[in-house]
Design a protein around this ligand. Sequence first.
Ligand SMILES: Nc1ncnc2c1ncn2[C@@H]1O[C@H](COP(=O)(O)OP(=O)(O)OP(=O)(O)O)[C@@H](O)[C@H]1O
Ligand SMILES: [Mg+2]
Length: 277
Amino acid sequence: MNTPELKMRGVGHAYALKSVLEDIHLDLPAGRVVALVGPSGCGKTTLLHLAAGLLALRTGAIENGFRKPAVMFQQPRLLPWKTARDNIALGLKAAGLPRAECISRAQTMGHTVGLDAQALDQFPYALSGGMQSRTALARALVLEPDLLLMDEPFSALDIGLKAQLHRLLLDHQAQRGLAVLMITHDLMEAVRLADSVLVMASDPGRIAHRIELTAPALARDDAFVHRTTAELLQAPTVRTCFGLEVLPPDATVACDGAATVVSIGLAQPRAKKGFSC
Ligand SMILES: Nc1ncnc2c1ncn2[C@@H]1O[C@H](COP(=O)(O)OP(=O)(O)OP(=O)(O)O)[C@@H](O)[C@H]1O
Ligand SMILES: [Mg+2]
């Protein structure tokens, strides 16, 4: 049997007359994680929605061989009249599972993403932003998808929870051969989780830089992630995509998880830039 795969070839998109995406090529086989990184408005969500079949394809070709895709949207999109538990159970209920089983599986997955019984009883208005994103993540994972399309899934979480959910996603992914297409603004998160990192440029949105990470994600330590992120942040194409000044050849970038430090012509990093990676 062939391994399922998501393939995009020469994909473009326009809203009215405005071209938003141009000539996107992407391969995502089962068991791999692809991260899309890029500045705000470069077309990441549009690309994910095209992959999910939520937008009509006008240019190029998309082949999706996965049978059970799940989408985690940029906004959690929870139903306000249902508790967190019932929101997680929605897809199971739609698939026709008995109510008791839906609730029990929703509860287990809710606990796995760090929501206790009290949180699962709450309606969305009473959940924090991070709790809402965990509910949305649980709602996607409980369906046991073979393809997970995630739009900035961890952006509302603190660093502890983020690390916990990174681990959960990687374990889930390794055990089930799940394919993940994930959007993030966080280069370090992309380097920690993905097998391929695609950096997008804007106007129109296109893939300007790709890196392939051969070490298994679960085996990457902080030193590897910081070093690789710093190398990425030094690449002129990546800097241009994010509107950052291109560095002179003698500059080095260091990344320690809290801050990015750029040093120019010095043995030790000196000048601190005000963004984290
Ligand atoms: N439904 C729409 N109609 C018209 N223009 C749209 C629509 N959706 C998005 N756009 C425009 O398309 C461009 C890409 O939007 P998109 O949401 O894909 O960007 P993004 O990379 O996901 O941004 P962000 O990182 O801020 O979420 C933007 O200029 C946006 O204004
Ligand atoms: Mg977006």
